[in-house]
Design a protein around this ligand. Structure first.
Ligand code: AMP
Length: 188
């Protein structure tokens, strides 16, 4: 088992972040933390967080940074996250990235080891998302989520390229091949 690995997954919706993070989380026995999944569960359970997030998630908009800040602080403070984690879907804005840096260094005394960016062409993303059948995977929200990614999230690539051990991986290949590339990139 590899412990202490902390990896941030970047990439547009449909790039395979969730699939790859889950595979590696199983392999390494560290938590796969998907903010989208946590929000979907909160919405299903109709918690206060879910009630506040639902209107945004349904439309493919980003949930406000303040809600995500509380969510990620709580999740990364839990016991199972002290041995490492794979972050999928957070951060999604520059503001969130700066919040995460501060949280890790000032409160949690942790550093991330790698930032991996999964690259997949737009036309493949749309095809994949349409085939996934999640509730927020209608054609209109898919188009909106890709636009939101370009407008608000893609800039993180430049943020992390200069800040961390950054790797870009071709995500337009079979899942097993992508997993192998990720493991090579991470040296695990
Ligand atoms: P995902 O499962 O990562 O595709 O996320 C699904 C939806 O959850 C997104 O379209 C957003 O509405 C919301 N969401 C997930 N993560 C974040 C985040 N870091 N910041 C804002 N909204 C988020």
């Amino acid at each position: 088992m590899t412990t202490g690995l902390r990896i941030i997954f970047l990439g547009p919706p449909g790039a395979g972040k969730g699939t790859q993070a889950q595979r590696l989380a199983n392999k390494w026995q560290i938590p796969h933390i998907s903010t989208g999944e946590i929000l979907r569960q909160a919405i299903a359970a109709n918690t206060p967080l879910g009630q506040q997030a639902k209107q945004y998630v349904d439309k493919g908009e980003l949930v406000p940074d303040e809600l995500l800040a509380d969510l990620i602080r709580d999740r990364l403070s839990q016991t199972d996250a002290q041995q490492g984690w794979l972050l999928d879907g957070f951060p999604r804005t520059l503001n969130q990235a700066k919040f995460l840096d501060k949280l890790l260094t000032e409160d949690l005394n942790q550093i991330y080891d790698y930032v991996v960016n999964l690259e997949v062409p737009d036309e493949v993303l749309v095809e994949r998302l349409l085939g996934r059948g999640r509730k927020d995977d209608t054609e209109a929200t898919i188009r909106r989520r890709l636009q939101v990614y370009r407008e608000q999230t893609a800039a993180l690539i430049d943020y992390y390229r200069h800040h961390a051990n950054f790797q870009s991986i071709d995500g337009n290949r079979p899942p097993e091949t992508v997993t192998e590339s990720l493991q090579q990139a991470i040296g695990a």
